[in-house]
Structures are given as structure tokens and as C-alpha cells.
Design a protein around this ligand. Structure first.
Ligand SMILES: C[S@@+](CC[C@H](N)C(=O)[O-])C[C@H]1O[C@@H](n2cnc3c(N)ncnc32)[C@H](O)[C@@H]1O
Length: 293
């Protein structure tokens, strides 16, 4: 049984860290701060400036519950239903992937390449919580975006996130499989930028993923088929029809998929392509330029 939580802020902070570390949670310090922030009216600066601030029994009981869930493998984002991405808040549910910081590389590449005031049209394939598209719209005030997902439940959350982040008037969500809803010759559906973090885990690897992933991220957001490449195989052959001349597409990939995904892009006729690496040095985003139209 964990010891009873101390009632003063700094001791509480240390005890949360102790319980989380004992269970092997690497992010114990950060998690302790998030828990305190979420469950009390206090934050990190108060831990330093008001170490003896008293915490109510009601808060302590909620905090102990949170620690117990966290120790059992539930991510804090799933406990509180919210995750930060690109510095913005995103609601999440059991129907949406928990946004990952590695995916922010897509936003980073785009803001370095496109002028801030450009009136670009963006398509996000497999939008989930909407984190990629909404973050891009927050960076490009004259941009409009379409978010596609085959999960209507995920799209409900994405719409809430568009409202939460004040871009609902520049965004349209469509429930379909990849390009299914678009006609090839419709000028409305020609994009300057196509982004996607598709499902790319091999289905036989899903049962051995970390508990945070296999138990809490929806299977539809993970399952890339037998070889993990199904989404790229479905999307790439149609990609050029929907990319405007001079446009480009950014696809997140798994750490070991660079060769396969680059080959699939080449097979689909894309001669100009490159790979960007994440902070850990792994290949993370495949960058594809539109071919001659
Ligand atoms: C890895 S998640 C990415 C979610 C979000 N873009 C992110 O980066 O956090 C993949 C998303 O693709 C959606 N998806 C899976 N198959 C799809 C399909 N055939 N057509 C459209 N969306 C699909 C899933 O529902 C899920 O929301």
C-alpha cells in the first residue's frame, strides 16, 4: 500500500515522484507537476515559493487515484482527457491517438518552408484529434484545411479541438477513407500541402507495444496491416492528383520504414523526395514534392 499522501505541497510533490519512480515511470518529475497542476490551484512556481501550502483531503484523494492509474500504465493525458501539442491544448478520447511530440516535426518543417501569410490549402489524412492540421492553421492565419478520418468519433473530438483553438471557420472535416470523398478533377480538392501521420504499426507488433499504447490508443490509429505499410500503399498512387503544382506532402513514418516508404513514393512516380529526422536521430518524416502535372 502506498503511504498516505503528505498535506503540504513540496512534500506532496516529492511523494508523488517517489511513487511514480518506484514503478519505473521515467517522466515521474514531469508527471508529478502535471498532476499537481491539474488537481490543485497550484503549479510549479508554487512548489518553490509556497512549499508549505496545504492541500485539501479531497484533492489528495483524487491525486492518489491518479497516481494509482498512472502506475497501472494509464497515461496522464488519458486520465485528464487532454494533451499538449505544438504548445496548444487538444482534447483526446478513446477514439483518438494521443498526439506525440515526434509528430510536431511536420509543423516544424512547414513553418520553416512556407511564409506565414501564405493562403495555403492543407489536407490532413487521418486527422484524429486534429492536432497536425489545427497546429498548422494556428501558424498560418490565411490557410484553410480539410481533415479526413474514417472514424466519425475521432472527428467529433477534432471539431471540438478546432473550436477550442479558434480555427473552426477555416476547417472542414470529412468522414471517409483517405481520398474517397474527392473527385480527381475537382479544383476545390487540389492542395498546396498534404500531411499525414497514418497508422504504420505492423499488426503482429501491436500486442507487444507498451501498455500506454496498446491499451489506450485506438487500434484504427495504429494498425498499418501485415507490413505496416498499407496506408502508404493506398495513399501514394493517388497523391499527385490532389497535390497542386509546387506543392508537397509530409508523411510520418516508423523509425525502420525509411527505405520501404521511399521506395513506395518512387513507385508512385515521385522523383523528388527526402527524409527528415526526429530529435532522437530516427527517420521520422518523408517529404514528397509534387511531380509535373
Ligand atoms: C496515427 S493516427 C494519427 C492521428 C493524428 N493525425 C495524430 O497525428 O495524432 C491515424 C489516424 O488515421 C485514421 N485512419 C485510419 N485508417 C484510415 C482510413 N482508411 N482513412 C482515413 N483515416 C484513417 C485513424 O482513425 C487515426 O485517427
Amino acid at each position: 500500500m502506498p503511504m498516505k499522501l503528505p498535506k503540504t505541497l513540496n512534500s506532496l510533490y516529492k511523494e508523488i515522484i517517489r511513487q511514480l519512480q518506484k514503478s519505473g515511470i521515467d517522466s515521474a518529475d514531469l508527471d508529478a507537476r502535471i498532476i499537481i497542476n491539474e488537481r490543485t490551484a497550484l503549479d510549479l512556481s508554487d512548489i518553490i515559493t509556497k512549499p508549505d501550502a496545504m492541500i485539501s483531503d479531497n484533492c489528495l484523494s483524487k491525486i492518489q487515484n491518479d497516481i494509482n492509474y498512472r502506475v497501472a500504465g494509464k497515461p496522464l493525458s488519458r486520465i485528464y482527457g487532454i494533451q499538449e501539442f505544438w504548445g496548444l491544448p487538444f482534447k483526446i478520447s478513446k477514439y483518438t491517438l494521443d498526439p506525440r511530440s515526434d509528430t510536431e516535426l511536420i509543423i516544424d518543417i512547414t513553418v520553416k518552408r512556407i511564409p506565414k501569410d501564405a493562403p495555403i490549402k492543407i489536407l490532413d489524412l487521418g486527422t484524429g484529434s486534429g492536432c497536425i492540421l489545427i497546429s498548422l492553421l494556428s501558424e498560418f492565419p490565411n490557410a484553410v484545411g480539410y481533415g479526413i478520418d474514417s472514424s466519425i468519433e475521432a472527428l467529433k473530438i477534432a471539431k471540438e479541438n478546432a473550436i477550442l483553438n479558434n480555427c473552426e471557420e477555416r476547417i472542414s472535416f470529412i468522414c471517409c477513407s483517405w481520398f474517397e470523398a474527392f473527385k480527381h478533377n475537382d479544383r476545390d480538392f487540389n492542395f498546396d500541402l498534404i500531411v499525414s501521420n497514418p497508422p504504420y504499426i505492423k499488426n503482429q507488433e501491436i500486442p507487444v507495444l507498451d501498455i500506454e499504447v496498446r491499451e489506450y490508443d485506438p487500434i484504427l490509429s495504429l494498425n498499418g496491416g501485415d507490413d505496416g505499410l498499407q496506408a502508404y500503399k493506398d495513399i501514394f498512387p493517388k497523391l499527385n492528383k490532389f497535390l497542386d503544382h509546387g506543392g508537397f506532402a509530409l508523411f510520418e513514418i516508423g523509425y525502420d520504414q525509411e527505405e520501404d516508404v521511399m521506395r513506395l513514393a518512387e513507385d508512385a512516380g515521385f522523383a523528388l523526395r527526402s527524409v527528415h529526422h526526429d530529435l532522437a536521430g530516427n527517420p521520422r518524416v518523408v517529404d514528397i514534392y509534387s511531380g509535373d502535372k
